[in-house]
Design a protein around this ligand. Sequence first.
Ligand code: HEM
Length: 195
Amino acid sequence: MAYYWYKAFHLIGIVVWFAGLFYLVRLFVYHAEANQQEEPAQSILKKQYEIMEKRLYNIITTPGMIVTVAMAIGLISTEPEIMKSGWLHIKLTFVVLLLGYHFYCGYIMKQLEKDECNWSGQQFRLLNEAPTLLLVVIVLLAVFKNNLPLDLTTWLVVALVIVMLASIQLYAKKRRKDKERMLQINEEAQVTSGN
Ligand code: HEM
């Protein structure tokens, strides 16, 4: 019975952890884009994002990660045989990458707070795709285990995820271009009316 409790909270921890990771980097996008605002709006926005990022990281994201890992340890301690499975070793390699991503986000958060991060909103948008890829690979490994088929269906799923991520990036790029064009039109209209 303990095994099922551990698994249930392992899954709950994953949902919380990923919700935090996705929203955190979205906040980094807004934080970086606040640099385009005039003062005092820029300082006010940056201060607000700093508070939101810190709370999200410390109260949601990191506890989500701790619950996920603690429950995984519980799962393994109740079924130690599982440690011999090949799929788990591959999964753990990707989990290490995910943990690296988590702590790197914590580092970026501190850099943003000190105003020492030169990343653009676009770069943060790209960074935000990394956990999606890790999520897909880790869940596929956890569900299929050693039977993960490397047939057409799997590659179609992978291709679909990549197309979805690329479409999100292209849509964001189009919106940015539209916004720049609108700003340019407004500036030209102001110059013309001033004349
Ligand atoms: C410390 C790292 C982790 C370890 C040691 C670990 C280990 C385990 C173990 C032993 C199970 C039970 C497998 C079974 O009963 O069949 C499991 C289930 C699962 N894990 Fe993890 N896990 C870790 C992190 C993660 C992460 C980060 C994710 C998602 C991104 C994840 C997704 C899942 C899923 C979806 C299941 C349920 C699979 C099923 O019941 O079919 N795990 N994990």
